[in-house]
Design a protein around this ligand. Structure first.
Ligand SMILES: Cc1ncc(COP(=O)(O)O)c(C=O)c1O
Length: 237
């Protein structure tokens, strides 16, 4: 692993499902990262934003669970497992950081409303949450499979990035396809998706699309991909 001259103080990772390309960090790589961060005296933020949705494999143990020292700040969210407007998330922190993070949270966004916390806690205690997760896993797996199947028609223009997890997949365009044109043409048909290049840092930006599928029906997914196929083929690339 390459190191800068000045060692970092904080590292942010999404090891369960890298956003947006979807890679999952294998166990050996996690151990390497933890050892490296320990040597550098560097904190790791582990953003585990959608590990509840792994359809084909069990998630690997979290970095926080694997760490021998207290060097990992684990971050979770209810945005994907319940709904984003709930605005509820959580941190699992080493005890030494609890006070400072509590203060920072209060200063930045105030206290999270107690009633939404209480309702979510009851929802979990009464086991509705685990039932909900089981149901949504099946539903999203069906949608992801439909999307992967539909995307097979796009192979002349794109490569597909998915590891059978999460609520999105990434399409990587082959050279010569203008991402911005495709995004605009899709938008004109009321299909909104993010340009893949917007997630890249630095000069080299891969062009493509990030396709979220959770809020579309299987029929909408199939229709959307057939529209994308028409756009790609009519662009003459
Ligand atoms: C990488 C990543 N982290 C975290 C989140 C959750 O963010 P929030 O809890 O603010 O909705 C998301 C949501 O899409 C995400 O993509």
């Amino acid at each position: 692993m390459k190191t800068n001259k000045r060692p970092p103080k904080l590292l942010y990772v999404t090891p369960a499902h890298q956003y947006p390309l979807g890679a999952m960090m294998p166990l050996e790589r996690r151990m390497e990262l933890l050892d490296w961060a320990y040597d550098q005296q560097c904190w790791i933020i582990e953003d585990d934003y959608d590990s509840e949705y792994h359809y084909q494999s069990r998630p690997v143990a979290s970095l926080q669970g694997l760490a021998r020292q207290q060097q990992v700040i684990y971050m979770g969210s209810f945005s994907k497992v319940l709904f984003p407007s709930l605005r509820l998330g959580y941190l699992i922190l080493p005890p030494s950081l609890v006070d400072v993070f509590t203060k920072a949270k209060q200063e930045q966004t105030g206290v999270t409303p107690l009633h939404t916390q209480a309702v979510t806690a009851t929802f979990m205690q009464e086991r509705h949450f685990s039932r909900h997760l089981r149901k949504m896993r099946l539903l999203y797996e069906e949608k992801l499979n439909a999307l992967i199947t539909a995307c097979q028609t796009l192979t002349p223009w794109c490569a597909l990035h998915t590891q059978g997890a999460g609520m999105h997949l990434a399409l990587e365009f082959k050279p010569g396809i203008c991402e911005n044109t495709v995004v605009q043409q899709l938008k004109a048909k009321n299909i909104l998706c993010s340009p893949l290049s917007s997630y890249f840092y630095g000069q080299k930006k891969q062009q493509g699309l990030v396709l979220g599928f959770a809020n579309s029906t299987v029929e909408e997914i199939v229709l959307g991909i057939s529209i994308l196929e028409k756009i790609l083929s009519s662009n003459g690339t």
